[in-house]
Every structure is written in structure tokens, then in C-alpha cells.
Design a protein around this ligand. Structure first.
Ligand code: SF4
Length: 321
């Protein structure tokens, strides 16, 4: 069914009221649309290079959880230009946030990090940086550098937590305990650096209540933003081989939406929502196929929020002062 323009507009307005999206947050901050450009900074990950693990997180693909970034073979500026050309067909804006997405983007010699972050900042139109990393890759030197960058630009750091439950963390081979995430949050917050936490809904063996416990926990860490998505299985991952031998229940779209909306109500009302559904690569995605219809999932979330007359933070309880 085709959605008419007015209906679409009404849905957009409604969504704006029911949760605080990154898009709206950046528009408020910068006065107009900001393009987020994902790039591959040529990093690796200690959970893949043998330092703390050799095979990485069980769901991590060959691209290091950054399937939509540019090619690491291209220099930074070329990656930005290529994506800018593609995205400018959709968005008319000159404001850019560069997102260091693939692998662990604070893992490497400090001078290399400094060079690449400043190189990114020097590109015309760049108004901020987003840096994805592991909480165990934030030593004092890195924190000092991030703090320095934070004073010069709009910065956020993304941490892949996925779950607070140690049994699941072990299964997914995350390779760090929860307390390392807590320390990272505290170190970043004490430097006024925005933090975005990634959470996966539907990891094998987790109950509905356990998933909501993770969301509730993240809501109380004073993290600035959150990325939520359902577990998806890509064919280039160890999770795929595991699933073929040990099939486990995968959430249906309806189950996901119901759980996600419950989760949204538990988060702080001013939290910035960076993502609400998965973004796997079409050719590699094995399950669940319903995640391919991203717009359909997002509008179903809006509809569910509206039907329930519910909104972000509706049941949020602040546990810490
Ligand atoms: S920490 Fe990120 S890059 Fe490293 S193995 Fe896990 S998902 Fe992949």
C-alpha cells in the first residue's frame, strides 16, 4: 500500500514526539540536517588479531561490524567524497559527521589515532566525529586524545555492549566483563564525552526479562545515546555456522516490536535514539529476513507506540543520583 505524503508527514511528526531521534537531535544542534558518513579507518580489533581473541565476536562479519562503510583501500578523503556523492542524492546538506565504524577505532598507536582523527576534522563540512570502539580500548592516552578532540568538535564514542549478562557475553565472545564497560562510561563521562551504547535484542538464551534488564541498566548509565537492534545472522559469521548446527528461536517482527517498545519506555526521556532496527547487508543476511524492510519496521514501531499511547521514558526510573 502506498503511503500518501500527508500520512507520511503525520507519521514523522508523531515519531518526533514519541522518541528523540539522532536526526532531530543533530538538527537541533546544527540548525539543519547533518549527514553521517561511515568510513573504514583501516583499524583491526584486539578480539580478532589474537591479542585477546582470534575469531572476534560471534556475530562479527569480515568487515568488522561496518558493512556500510567505505573501502579501507581508499584514503579517508576519497571515502568521504564517494559517500557524500551517494548521500547527497538523498540529503541536501553540507554538514557531515564522520563515523569511524569498522573494527576498533581507538586501537592503535596514539600518533596514528591523532593523525587520522585530525585528518577527518580537516575535511570541508565536517562538524563532528563518531568513533566506534571497545570499552577495553580506552587507555589514559586515548582518553586524553578524545578529550582534546571533544573540545574542538562535536564528538561521540560508541561502545558495543550488547548485553549485561555475563553468560551471554561469554557465548558471543565479547571478551570483556561488564565492569570494563562501567569504567569506560565513567571515564568518558568524567571528560564530558558523549557515549552511545549498542544493545542487541534476541541473543540466544536470553529471556525477554533479561533483555529488558540490559536496556534498563543502560538507561541508568547516563549514556547519551543508544543503538538497539534485533540479532541478525550474516553468512560471513561464526554465528551462522553455529545456527546451522544449533538452530535457536529468532524473534518475529511482532515479537521484536513489542519488546522494543517495552524497552523504549524504560530509557530516559532525553536519550538520543540512534538506531531501532538492524542494518545487515542484503546479500549476506540469513535471518531474520523481515529486518530487510527497514522503513516497514520503523513505521510499525511508530504505530505500536501510538496504539499504546506510549513514548520514550514513560516508565523510566532513575536508580543512580
Ligand atoms: S569488538 Fe567489534 S570489531 Fe571486534 S570482534 Fe567484536 S564486533 Fe568485531
Amino acid at each position: 500500500m502506498k503511503v500518501r505524503y500527508n500520512e507520511f508527514f503525520a507519521m514523522e511528526i508523531d515519531r518526533m514526539k514519541r522518541y528523540n531521534s539522532l536526526n532531530e537531535e543533530l538538527k537541533r544542534e546544527f540548525g539543519s540536517k547533518v549527514m553521517k558518513i561511515s568510513i573504514d579507518g583501516g583499524f583491526t580489533c584486539p578480539n580478532r588479531d589474537g591479542t585477546i581473541g582470534a575469531r572476534g565476536c560471534i556475530f562479527c562479519g569480515e568487515e568488522g561490524s561496518g558493512e556500510f562503510a567505505g573501502s579501507r583501500l581508499d584514503p579517508l578523503k576519497v571515502q568521504v567524497d564517494k559517500q557524500k556523492r551517494l548521500l547527497s542524492k538523498k540529503w541536501k546538506t553540507d554538514k557531515i559527521i564522520i563515523y569511524f565504524q569498522n573494527f576498533t577505532n581507538t586501537y592503535g598507536p596514539i600518533e596514528r589515532l591523532r593523525k587520522i582523527y585530525y585528518q577527518a576534522l580537516s575535511i570541508e563540512g565536517v562538524v563532528g566525529l563518531a568513533i566506534a570502539t571497545r570499552p577495553d580500548c580506552l587507555n589514559e592516552d586515548v582518553l586524553d586524545l578524545l578529550s582534546e578532540i571533544n573540545k574542538k568538535t562535536y564528538l561521540w564514542v560508541e561502545l558495543g555492549l550488547q548485553t549485561i549478562h555475563e553468560k551471554t557475553a561469554k557465548f558471543i565472545r565479547r571478551a570483556y566483563p561488564l565492569k570494563v564497560y562501567d569504567e569506560a562510561i565513567s571515564n568518558l563521562k568524567s571528560r564530558d564525552i558523549r557515549v552511545v551504547t549498542h544493545v542487541i535484542l534476541g541473543l540466544p538464551g536470553e529471556s525477554r526479562e533479561e533483555i529488558l534488564e540490559t536496556i534498563r541498566y543502560v538507561g541508568n548509565t547516563q549514556t547519551w545515546g543508544i543503538k538497539l537492534h534485533s540479532l541478525y545472522i550474516q553468512k560471513d559469521t561464526d554465528l551462522y555456522s553455529y545456527y546451522l548446527k544449533n538452530p535457536f528461536p529468532i524473534m518475529t517482527k511482532d515479537e521484536y516490536i513489542s519488546l522494543l517498545v517495552d524497552g523504549l519506555t524504560l530509557l530516559p526521556p532525553d536519550m538520543v535514539i540512534h538506531r531501532l532496527t538492524g542494518d545487515g547487508q542484503r546479500e549476506l543476511l540469513y535471518e531474520p529476513k523481515w529486518t530487510l524492510n527497514k522503513l516497514g519496521v520503523l513505521s510499525s514501531i511508530d504505530r505500536e507506540l501510538k496504539i499504546r499511547q506510549s513514548y520514550l521514558g514513560e516508565k523510566y526510573k532513575k536508580v543512580y543520583p
